[in-house]
Design a protein around this ligand. Structure first.
Ligand code: HEC
Ligand code: HEC
Length: 359
């Protein structure tokens, strides 16, 4: 998922269907949870729209032109870039397994969609430092069709990928991404008015006329440098615009819960750095990760599109949230900077979970 032209080729576009937009929600009928209409509206910014196929008559880039990204001394010619998944910062990560850098047919290289370092882009996922058991469980969930089936095409790509992976390659990818370092790259900014944006190669970019519009109940996450983004640079940073008041509201949800929704920290740890809960299992980290990704997953849980057994508590949780609450808590989670390697979960929140969630 790296060069703009690769991006569109790499992914078989299945445009968001009416079926998805009108999908039955676990929560319909609950007074304060998100309505189908508000979820459908949120899909417009949380799920990428696929670019049109490349124009075969467009002028070809000069194969000898030399590509750079900010802060790297590595260069690729356009021709080299079209053939390889670029590694702009080789010092960032452990030795890269073949499956990650090059793929093994029919499995594609993880780097195509997640960048070689695992930083990923908002339309895919950041894999850095995810617990091994969590990556393994997600690959199994994609493989079993328990994650993302019947929904938008971005998620289908990962289903195809998980089904194409050999167990040995899956193990190498798990070992690699659990060992790569996670570096937060998103700055969350509260703003009532934001640049008007459109989808370009799976990400929101500002319109060229500089127009602005009200933020509404949205997260608008845009790369600071689109050139670096389109060169698959894992160091590219993002600005995520969110509605005013989101971070404080989200902190309150994370800390105290909202209505019948439990405090996120009770399972994801005090700094949302992930944990391992008795009776629940591995709870993934959220701190500093893409708020668009976090909101997209909350929508998928809400729509019952993550159905592996480990997702059960999250489906209960997401069924209780309104779209503004999803936006707020994603904004807060993205703004948290991971502080400690060791998650802290207090006794009171453990007790709450035991009482409400664990049978
Ligand atoms: C063609 C694109 C593509 C390729 C290639 C790809 N992925 Fe993904 N991956 C995605 C997308 C898109 C998502 C996000 C799905 C969603 O929105 O829930 C994802 C999500 C994931 C997740 C879930 C992360 C989380 O936090 O739950 C894991 C794990 C993952 N990919 C691992 C891999 C591995 C390992 C490889 C290589 C063997 C790989 N992916 C190759 C597109 C891809
Ligand atoms: C009862 C425990 C529990 C609570 C409370 C909880 N979570 Fe989770 N969360 C989980 C578990 C377990 C998973 C992993 C699900 C899986 O393996 O499929 C998860 C996964 C997620 C994911 C997917 C992450 C990824 O990498 O794909 C997001 C996003 C998330 N939770 C957000 C939240 C937010 C926001 C809240 C608070 C509003 C919250 N969670 C409250 C247990 C919990």
């Amino acid at each position: 998922m790296r060069t703009p032209s690769k991006l569109s080729l790499a992914i078989t576009a299945t445009i968001l269907t009416g079926m998805f937009a009108a999908g039955t929600t676990a929560a319909s009928g609950h007074g304060r949870s998100a309505s189908n209409a508000s979820i459908a509206a949120a899909e417009a910014w949380a799920f990428p729209v696929f670019p049109p196929p490349p124009d075969p008559h467009a002028p070809k880039p000069n194969p000898d032109s030399v590509l750079h990204v900010t802060g790297s001394t590595v260069t690729y010619t356009q021709a080299e870039f079209s053939d390889t998944n670029p590694d702009w910062f080789p010092e960032d990560h452990p030795p890269v397994p073949h499956i990650v850098a090059d793929g093994r047919k029919p499995a594609r290289a993880c780097a195509e969609c997640h960048t070689i370092s695992g930083a990923g882009v908002p339309a895919t996922a950041t894999l850095d430092s995810l617990p091994k058991a969590y990556i393994r469980a997600q690959l199994a969930a994609f493989q079993a069709g328990e994650r993302g089936m019947g929904g938008p095409a971005t998620v289908h790509d990962m289903v195809d990928e998980a089904r194409a992976l050999s167990p040995a390659d899956a193990q190498q990818a798990i070992d690699y991404f659990s060992a790569t370092q996670f570096v937060p790259r998103v700055r969350v900014i509260e703003a009532a008015m934001v640049p008007k944006t459109h989808w370009k190669f799976f990400v929101r970019v500002p319109d060229t006329d500089g127009a602005r519009e009200p933020i509404g109940d949205r997260i608008i996450e845009t790369p600071v440098d689109f050139r670096d983004y389109s060169h698959a640079d894992g160091h590219v940073s993002y600005i995520a615009y969110v509605p005013p008041g989101s971070i404080a509201h989200g902190a309150s949800i994370a800390n105290k819960g909202a209505g019948a929704a439990a405090a996120c920290e009770s399972c994801h740890g005090a700094h949302l750095e992930g944990s391992n809960m008795p009776g629940i299992g591995v709870v993934p980290p959220l701190a500093g990760r893409s708020p668009t990704y976090i909101a997209r997953e909350l929508i998928l849980f809400h729509l019952d599109r993550r159905t592996d057994p480990a997702a059960a508590p999250m489906r209960v949780e997401a069924a209780q949230l309104t779209v503004p609450e999803m936006v707020a808590v994603a904004a807060y989670a993205a703004s948290v900077r991971p502080e400690s390697a060791r998650p802290r979960v207090n006794a009171a929140s453990r007790a709450w979970v035991r009482q409400h969630v664990v049978q």
